[in-house]
Ligand binder design. Structure first.
Ligand SMILES: *Cc1c(COP(=O)(O)O)cnc(C)c1O
Length: 236
């Protein structure tokens, strides 16, 4: 077994165990949490090795980097999912609509409208999450909590999108209680929207440092990069 495959197997098992422990503590089925492996800055070979280790869902932040990997890994396309999770400019929506299965980072109606218009007719609707700026969100992207309901209803009406739920990137926090607070805010908004008639099933929250807090608050997708692939080197 190659060193890369060996270390990815080890790291994936470790992260799955963290998810399983947190799910158990929350009285949840660990199967209700999907692990999204965030492969940004890592080469196609790393994704191929993670796939060989059993990982199926991959998250990418940068359009061109992702398109290169999707093309390199075209032979695996039927057995993996590509999720776009980075900031999306309106002039970059077309390749995302054409090549991804999910977009977690929809943060305005215009982006959603373009993705819907540009989603090819031969593909199923694009799964999307509305990114919400919960209190103190580090990236400052995402809609305000007060605006979320109106935008969510408009996105849900677009023909080639399927609004699955909500996503957030809270500011890093040290202890578990501080990590849980913004995740709880997102979950409460999610519950309000569901009570309001939106058929949502996805809460995309939690990363390497706070995935336990996210699972305790109801995350259904955790987005994990560093704990799987190691530290990122942005200089390359
Ligand atoms: C990079 C990134 C992640 C993964 O972060 P890690 O701390 O490396 O686990 C998750 N979500 C988004 C939106 C990201 O950009």
């Amino acid at each position: 077994m190659s060193d890369l495959l060996h270390s990815l197997r080890h790291n994936l098992a470790d992260v799955q165990q963290r998810i399983a422990r947190a799910a158990q503590a929350a009285g949840r089925d660990a199967q209700s949490v999907t692990l999204l492996a965030v492969s940004k800055t890592f080469p196609a070979d790393a994704v191929r090795a993670a796939h060989a280790a059993g990982q199926r869902a991959f998250g990418e932040n940068y359009v061109q980097e992702a398109l290169d990997k999707i093309q390199t890994l075209a032979d695996l396309r039927a057995s993996l999912e590509w999720h776009f999770i980075g900031p999306l400019q309106s002039n970059k929506t077309r390749p995302v609509a054409e090549h991804f299965d999910w977009v977690h980072s929809v943060d305005r109606l215009k982006i959603a409208q373009r993705l819907s218009e540009q989603r090819p007719d031969n593909l199923p609707p694009l799964n999307v999450c509305l990114q919400v700026n919960v209190s103190g969100e580090a990236s400052k992207s995402g809609v305000a909590i007060a605006e979320a309901a109106a935008i969510a209803h408009q996105i849900a009406a677009l023909p080639k999108l399927k609004l699955r739920g909500l996503m957030s990137i809270p500011e890093p926090a040290g202890d578990l209680d501080a990590q849980r607070a913004p995740h709880r805010e997102l979950r409460e908004l999610f519950e309000r929207l569901r009570n309001d008639g939106l058929a949502l099933d996805t809460l995309s929250m939690g990363m390497s440092a706070d995935l336990e807090a996210a699972v305790l608050e109801g995350a259904t997708i955790v987005r994990v990069g560093t704990a799987i692939f190691g530290a990122r080197d942005y200089s390359r």
